[in-house]
Design a protein around this ligand. Structure first.
Ligand SMILES: Nc1nc2c(ncn2[C@@H]2O[C@H](COP(=O)(O)OP(=O)(O)OP(=O)(O)O)[C@@H](O)[C@H]2O)c(=O)[nH]1
Ligand SMILES: [Mg+2]
Length: 386
């Protein structure tokens, strides 16, 4: 059997599925003891779900990862009741669970515009507080993208994704020779001899225009987002939806899948990915596979064959390309091993980045001179919320 090692080695670390943030509600405004005026309440910090957002975008936009709401206005003669401080909104992707420093769940955001209050603003100064304002709530929060599986199967309809899932796990997905057999994600678990388990999500087939909601469209792409790594599955003999639509070779399906991911969310393209070339039992498959490898190794030489709007900005970089047959079982053991190695490599990479960051923080905190904190109960400094 043909054995392929890595064609392109991809850079890790672009896909983010969790983030730690500092949040603080705004301090309240000062009261006005002489006239009994109340300071405005400090602004609140909210986490708000947006369909187009990713954790990577959030991190790039706010590298400090600090979110502090506005202060409430002080009470004045002209406005005895001070106005409320400005709220701060943290835009996050849909499908996020928010936990506090101790791992306690604060809430979950499951659809567009869902919002959760994470840090409340302090009360304005009033009679009850001796006209002193309260500080806003301070909270470290963790955002976690709720992953449905370690591996997500990505491919055109009929590529054999469900057949593959039934080969590697005990799952019994529907399999048929018509497009869109799978209508919603189906989960299976690969069991390894060392008792390791890796979850695989069989996803509905993707067609050109999915980002514009063609075929199973957005629903499908939303699921792709929720997996740690991708396993592209392509039919070596290509794909044709119907006699009215264009025939696509295996290489074209790889490029078109890449483009759809890119059009939906560029970040999807940065996930580690493997490519399984399926149906290698069909006649002529070996020759087609050699041709596909040649095209994947020199994609630029073949991209002119596509319409401009179908060419992805970046071609997918597969860690491994594995020829398989979901029917005969050819290549399945190799594929299972590559899946395991790929997840392990990525996990180690995360650990490495984490340790490097910790070390850097330690070095930085050693070089910052210590400064005396301001006195706690001084009249002008807001007091802590108890
Ligand atoms: N010859 C051959 N046929 C295969 C192989 N894998 C799948 N098939 C056939 O291809 C057809 C589609 O298989 P599915 O597993 O339903 O494909 P899918 O990718 O899940 O399709 P959708 O759910 O519609 O996206 C079925 O008729 C399978 O029997 C393979 O390795 N070799
Ligand atoms: Mg299917």
């Amino acid at each position: 059997m043909v054995h392929c090692s890595c064609v392109w080695f991809r850079k890790y670390g672009n896909f983010i599925d969790n983030l730690r943030l500092f949040t603080r509600g705004g301090s309240g405004g000062m009261g006005y003891p002489r006239l009994g005026g109340e300071g405005g309440k400090g602004g609140d910090v909210w986490v708000v779900a947006h369909n187009k957002m990713t954790l990577k975008q959030l991190k790039d936009k706010y590298p400090q990862k600090r979110f502090v709401a506005g202060e409430g206005a002080n009470s004045r003669v002209s406005a005895l009741k001070g106005s409320k401080g400005k709220d701060c909104e943290i835009p996050v992707p849909v499908g996020i669970s928010v936990t506090d420093e101790n791992g306690k769940i604060i809430g979950e955001l499951n659809k567009e515009k869902d919002r959760i209050l994470v840090a409340e603003g302090g009360l304005g100064g009033k009679l009850l507080t001796n006209f002193l304002p309260l500080k806003g709530q301070k909270r470290i929060i963790h955002l976690d993208l709720k992953l449905i599986a370690d591996i997500g199967l990505v491919g055109f309809p009929n590529a054999g994704k469900s057949s593959l899932l039934s080969q590697v796990s005990h799952a019994k997905p529907a399999i048929a020779d018509y497009a869109f057999t799978t209508l919603k994600p189906q989960l299976g678990k690969i069991m390894y001899n060392d008792f390791r388990q890796i979850s695989v999500a069989d996803l509905p087939g993707l067609i050109e225009g999915a980002h514009m909601n063609k075929g199973m469209g957005h629903k499908f792409l939303k699921h792709v987002e929720r997996t740690r790594q991708l396993l592209f599955v392509v039919d070596i003999s290509g794909f044709q939806l119907s006699s009215q639509t264009q025939y696509r070779t295996a290489f074209e399906t790889v490029i078109l899948l890449t483009k759809e991911l890119e059009l939906y969310k560029e970040e999807l393209q940065t996930k580690p990915a493997l490519l399984a070339v399926n149906k290698m039992d069909l006649p002529g498959a070996q020759d087609k596979f050699q041709e596909l490898m040649h095209q994947l190794q020199n994609p630029k030489d073949f991209l002119h064959l596509f319409e401009k709007n179908m060419i992805p900005e970046r071609t997918m970089e597969f860690q491994h390309i594995i020829p398989i047959s979901a029917i005969t079982g050819e290549g399945i053991d190799e594929l299972k091993n590559y899946i395991k190695t790929s997840l392990d490599e990525h996990a180690n990479q995360d650990d490495d980045t984490y340790h490097k960051k910790q070390l850097l923080n330690l070095q930085i905190s050693n070089t910052i001179p210590y400064s005396e904190p301001p006195p706690k109960n001084s009249v002008t400094s807001p007091i802590d919320v108890i």
